[in-house]
Design a protein around this ligand. Structure first.
Ligand SMILES: Cc1cc2nc3c(=O)[nH]c(=O)nc-3n(C[C@H](O)[C@H](O)[C@H](O)COP(=O)(O)O)c2cc1C
Length: 187
């Protein structure tokens, strides 16, 4: 009963049903953070729900992966910042293996962003400032010194936009020297 309802239903579902915006591939910025800012503005304009939430993947000391939803705190030249408690599973995993991936999926626009790289812990002052900016009720559940701001320092950022004709567009940025290079593929 469960098997056929779930699995027949899964087979019959559609994906990539949103409306992809026009994406000018001739006008890609050199910096992926600039493109992300543009996409975030377009997501807001299209009323994408909570576009700043993402799936954060980590691995534990045995190499077993894990993933959960998180809020993106900030993007700048130092990296993509997220925050949580050191005492959490992700905190232990980031302590053991300081690397992570972040995945955004904006269904209404058929857009996804993938970020991966090593992870650096922010200073105690920065983590304390992030905690101080949270609501009193959110702060109340965190013990002294447990709140940590981490930055993913990307070695690859992929912007992906699906198409109804299945010719999906992928723009991949990788760091080169002090800047970035990018490649475009449509397939
Ligand atoms: C939309 C959404 C946003 C979330 N944002 C955060 C966050 O910014 N930080 C956090 O620690 N947990 C956040 N959570 C909870 C995490 O998904 C997760 O359940 C929790 O952090 C424990 O994860 P862990 O056991 O892998 O450490 C969020 C959950 C949702 C659904």
């Amino acid at each position: 009963m469960l098997d056929s309802r779930l699995n027949d239903g899964l087979r019959g579902r559609h994906a990539l049903t949103g409306d992809a915006p026009v994406w000018d591939l001739e006008a890609l910025p050199d910096d992926p953070a600039v493109l992300f800012a543009e996409w975030m503005e377009e997501a807001d304009a299209a009323a994408v729900p909570e576009p700043h939430t993402a799936t954060l993947a980590t691995v534990d000391a045995e190499g077993v992966p894990d993933a959960r939803t998180l809020i993106l705190k900030r993007v700048d030249a130092r990296g993509w910042a997220i925050a949580s408690t050191r005492s959490s599973r992700k905190g232990a995993q980031l302590g053991a293996v300081p690397a992570a991936a972040l995945n955004f999926w904006w269904q209404p626009q058929v857009r996804a962003v993938r970020v991966r790289g090593r992870v650096e812990e922010a200073t105690a002052e920065e983590s304390a400032a992030d905690l101080a900016a949270r609501s009193p009720s959110a702060r109340a559940r965190v013990s002294e010194g447990d709140w940590v701001l981490w930055r993913i320092v990307p070695d690859r950022i992929e912007f992906w936009q699906g198409s109804h004709d299945r010719r999906h567009t992928r723009v991949v940025y990788v760091p080169v020297g002090s800047g970035w290079s990018h490649t475009v593929s449509v397939e």
